[in-house]
Write a protein that binds this ligand. Structure first.
Ligand code: UDP
Ligand code: MG
Length: 317
């Protein structure tokens, strides 16, 4: 084994997962115990849970020295929890995985194997999405189609955050200064030698998804605005087409007036034109606003997360 292939950090974001902590721990231990040559650390990021998640994690950390607990000061969202995990991870490779067992821990040995063969990023691709509702599947597909057709960065569909990242990839990610972190996009943006493994997704082991329709919609907007400026161009083109139509309509009106003389003014056509351009303008301002809002948030340079405490406590180097 190469000397830089010795230790692996598993990063697990936890948000109100009290019912699942024990089950997750059991499931993650089995594959790790099969790899005695590799040193593991399991970084459990408690994303401001309001149930007993933290207490349970701390109890586990007392028993198992591989477990580290990072306690965030409030709920910052999964992307920020992951970022926190990446920042504190020390392994030669890092594997983010969900706490709800929708990502099979049994794939970890295969991922590590592919990494030892030279891959810098090992993607886990779900082969079916039966666990998600039909509507969510359809919307997800639509999002990837739209995103990939208007952005320079292609996000492979059906791969999530469950993947293995080599230390070099982690350092590249940490060097990105942006606050608004659409992880799937950033993972694709950094590049590196990538290998894909397949798995089929399980239903959530307990509880329900923390992502409501509204959250997912905003998440999708985040993804598109972080990696594409195409929506900004939209209003230019709608405007251009609108202007062309208006011009030809004006020519028609002038010709008609010259030939047939003045008739009763067209009330309906004026109203339609006003309403149409009014809404196009509002839409364009809205799109501008989406970007402006993000620039505003970005300029504040606030940290993505705040750590209340780490267990075991970190020594100053
Ligand atoms: N999660 C988190 N913070 C949040 C929401 C979710 O850390 O604000 C964690 C959650 O505990 C789980 C993972 O992110 O480990 C995925 O969450 P979920 O299963 O709700 O998302 P889905 O699988 O539906 O995308
Ligand atoms: Mg889930």
């Amino acid at each position: 084994m190469l000397p830089e292939h010795k230790s692996v950090s598993i990063i697990v974001p936890f948000y109100n997962e009290a019912d699942g902590v024990g089950e997750f721990y059991k499931a993650i231990c089995a594959p790790l115990n099969r790899l005695p040559d590799i040193r593991f650390e399991i970084i459990c990021v408690d994303d401001g849970s309001r149930d007993g998640t933290l207490t349970q994690l701390l109890a586990l950390a007392k028993e198992d020295s591989r477990i580290r607990v990072v306690e965030l000061s409030r709920n910052f969202g999964k992307e920020s929890a992951l970022t926190a995990g990446l920042d504190v991870a020390e392994g030669d490779a890092v594997i983010p995985i969900d706490a709800d067992l929708q990502h099979p821990p049994d794939l970890i040995p295969d991922m590590i194997n592919a990494w030892q063969q030279g891959a810098e990023m090992v993607l886990a691709r779900r082969t079916d999405r039966k666990a998600d509702s039909l509507l969510r599947r359809k919307m997800t597909n639509l999002f990837y189609l739209l995103h990939n057709s208007i952005s320079d960065i292609i996000i492979p569909s059906d791969v999530g955050d469950f993947r293995l990242l080599d230390r070099s990839v982690v350092e590249a990610l940490k060097a990105l200064p942006e606050r608004q972190r659409f992880m799937k996009g950033l993972f694709a943006w950094v590049g590196f030698k990538t290998v894909t493994l397949d798995y089929s997704v399980a239903s959530r082991a307990h509880g329900a998804s923390r992502f409501s329709g509204w959250k997912l919609w905003n998440f999708a907007l985040e993804g598109i605005t972080s990696f594409s400026t195409a929506p900004l161009k939209l209003s230019t083109y709608i405007g251009a087409v609108g202007a062309l139509c208006t011009l030809s309509y004006a020519a028609y009106v002038i010709a008609k007036t010259l030939i047939y003389g003045v008739e009763v003014p067209g009330y309906a056509s004026i109203l339609v034109a006003i309403l149409f351009f009014g809404s196009v303008q509002l839409l364009s301002i809205g799109i501008l606003g989406e970007y402006l809002g993000r620039i505003y948030m970005e300029t504040k340079q606030r940290p993505n997360y705040i750590i209340r405490k780490q267990h075991p406590a970190q020594m100053e180097p």
